[in-house]
Design a protein around this ligand. Structure first.
Ligand code: PLP
Length: 435
């Protein structure tokens, strides 16, 4: 871990929030609970009074109404510096908002946006909101693995040549299976035609901030012009935290700012914002070690599955990385073949959702998977499997990444017999029920 202090050690939002209380500020604006100074909000009984104390108004105390103290903008500048962006903006409405804003920035009503067909649903909502006209580039489909991977540069070039009116291209990378598109080649294809490339790398913000040699390189470093990253997926931000970063002059930043204003709440949560600030500071300082731990957990998971549940074949990162259109694979995405136990991908996914409600956590007795709350955990399973399913003989479960813990709810134990809740038994029982 680094010990010499740098500018990246600052946390402007946290400092301003602490100073709010030190200055004994009193707000007559939102939130109405006034930091718990009136009747204690019910949730403080569960989450503690600090949850209310630090749910502060950004514009009425943490900063001024016209943001003259530049609290958020200073934090955004630090973030941009950490990832080598020209500019970064924070979202408290998730990466969904940033996908919408990015699309509205690069293409207006009736204008053509070339986009990869395997986008998140926010990208399709973004088409409705922006009024942009989509022309799709198909991701390369791997017949053997039955997976939609990443779009190839030559396919993007062909489509852009057929649509000279296109204003931009947008791809989603890394994919839900942990494969990274060849962003450098895709960006070159766009830039040769004077167009920006937008990357929805919601799951790849850690690549950008840490630059770990065993993970794919960050999108901005490979030429993305506008990149979306989820702080709550790839770092340690609270849910709904995301960043949108500008990589080049190909982006109209005035329009970007206006689109952001259209979509962001006028009472953005200081709690959410400070968690982005904290996640940036933590990953700049400790990111390498955190990701090392994640990579190690993923290796252990792969080894243990091979040794203890060999019927569940795990697709190796090397195999994924060798596929067309794929420039690298993230080993912390553990891609599990569930066909041998007769399961479609949706069955274990449902199991993940069920077990997420359970309270008993045991690394050895679990029946279904979910991501752990460890800082490097990625919540891959639910989102991933949704994409495995449509129209295909869906049969893969994308494992939840390095911090996997297997977990069994009381209901599941009862359903499967309390005595033996081993993964194999649960999967067998699921397969029998499905049959
Ligand atoms: C690739 C991708 N983009 C965007 C989003 C939307 O992110 P959020 O849930 O933060 O709104 C998701 C969510 O899973 C995603 O997987």
């Amino acid at each position: 871990m680094r010990s010499t202090p740098t500018a990246q050690d600052a946390a402007p939002i946290a400092d301003a929030m602490r100073s709010y209380w030190e200055r004994e500020m009193l707000s007559f604006s939102i939130p109405a609970h006034s930091g718990g100074r009136g009747p204690a909000p019910e949730f403080t009984g569960w989450a503690g009074m600090d949850a209310a104390r630090f749910d502060l108004p950004m514009a009425h105390g943490v900063d001024t109404r016209n943001m003259s103290r530049q609290v958020q903008s200073s934090a955004q500048k630090l973030f941009a510096e950490a990832i080598g962006a020209q500019q970064t903006m924070f979202s408290t409405n998730g990466s969904s908002m940033n996908v919408h804003v990015a699309m509205m920035t690069v293409a207006g009503p009736g204008e053509t946006l070339v986009m990869a067909r395997n986008g998140h649903k926010s990208a399709f909502a973004g088409l409705v909101l922006s009024g942009a006209r989509p022309v799709y580039v198909e991701p390369s489909f791997d017949e053997e693995l039955e997976l939609a991977l990443d779009p190839r540069a030559e396919d993007l070039a062909r489509i852009l040549d057929a649509h000279p009116e296109a204003r931009a291209a947008m791809v989603t990378t890394p994919s839900y299976y942990g494969t990274a598109a060849d962003i450098r080649a895709l960006a070159e294809v766009c830039h040769e035609r004077g167009l920006p490339l937008v990357t929805d790398d919601a799951w790849g913000l850690d690549y950008e901030i840490v630059g770990h040699p065993d993970l794919p390189p960050g999108a901005l470093k490979q030429g993305s012009d506008l990149a979306i990253g989820s702080a709550h997926k790839a770092l340690t931000g609270l849910c709904q935290t995301s960043v949108l970063s500008v990589g080049s002059d190909r982006i109209d930043t005035e329009r970007l700012g206006l689109c952001c204003e259209l979509k962001e709440s006028t009472s953005a949560s200081a709690l959410l914002l400070w968690s982005i600030d904290g996640a940036r500071r933590q990953f700049v300082r400790d990111g390498h070690e955190l990701l090392e731990r994640g990579l190690q957990s993923a290796r252990l998971l792969r080894r243990r599955l091979a040794a203890e549940v060999p019927v569940l074949e795990v697709v190796s990162s090397e195999e994924l990385a060798s596929r067309p259109g794929v420039s690298g694979a993230d080993p912390t995405h553990v891609l599990i073949e569930t066909a041998p136990v007769g399961l479609s991908a949706t069955r274990p996914t449902t199991g993940c959702a069920r077990s997420a409600r359970s309270t008993s956590i045991s690394p050895t007795t679990g029946g279904s998977c979910r991501s752990s709350p460890s800082p490097t955990a990625r919540q891959r399973s639910t989102g991933s499997c949704a994409l495995c399913a449509p129209g295909r003989r869906a049969r893969r479960l994308c494992g939840p990444g390095p911090g996997l813990r297997a977990e069994v709810s009381d209901r599941e134990r009862a359903a499967h017999g309390a005595g033996d809740a081993s993964p194999r038994r649960l999967l067998r029982a699921d397969a029998e029920r499905e049959a």
